[in-house]
Write a protein that binds this ligand. Structure first.
Ligand SMILES: [Zn+2]
Length: 115
C-alpha cells in the first residue's frame, strides 16, 4: 500500500507529508520532492505511473523513502533557523549525504551503544 499522507514532528513542529504525483502538484515535474517551511508541508513524489518512462526505477518505495528523508533534513535545518541565509544548510550535497547516510549513522551509533 502506497502512503498518501503522514505527519512527522520536526523539533516540535508538525510537518505534513503528502505523497503526490505531478498531475496533483506541477512542482513535481521539476523535482522528487520539496519542503515548504511556511506551511510545514513536505511533498514527495509518489511514483511514476508510466512503467515505460525512462525516469522509472524498479524500487519506488526506496526512492520515496530516500526523498522523504532528504526533505525531513531540510525541515530540521529550517526549524533550526538555518534557512536561506545558511549556505551549508541549503547545500543539496550535504542534505542528501545526511539523508543517504543517516540510517547507517544511526545503526553505527546504536551498535556502539552511543544513543
Ligand atoms: Zn533538497
Amino acid at each position: 500500500m502506497e502512503p498518501k499522507k503522514s505527519t512527522v514532528s520536526v523539533l516540535g513542529e508538525e510537518y505534513t507529508i503528502h505523497y503526490l504525483n505531478p498531475e496533483d502538484d506541477a512542482t513535481l515535474n521539476h523535482c522528487q520532492g520539496y519542503t515548504d517551511e511556511s506551511t510545514h508541508e513536505i511533498v514527495v513524489r509518489r511514483d511514476i505511473a508510466d512503467r515505460d518512462d525512462p525516469m522509472n526505477v524498479s524500487d519506488w518505495a526506496a526512492i520515496r523513502k530516500a526523498t522523504t528523508r532528504h526533505e525531513i533534513v531540510h525541515a530540521f535545518f529550517f526549524e533550526s533557523g538555518l534557512g536561506c541565509e545558511s549556505d551549508y544548510a541549503q547545500n543539496e550535497e550535504l542534505v542528501d549525504w545526511i539523508a543517504r547516510q543517516g540510517p547507517k549513522l544511526y545503526r553505527a551509533w546504536a551498535e556502539a551503544g552511543a544513543l
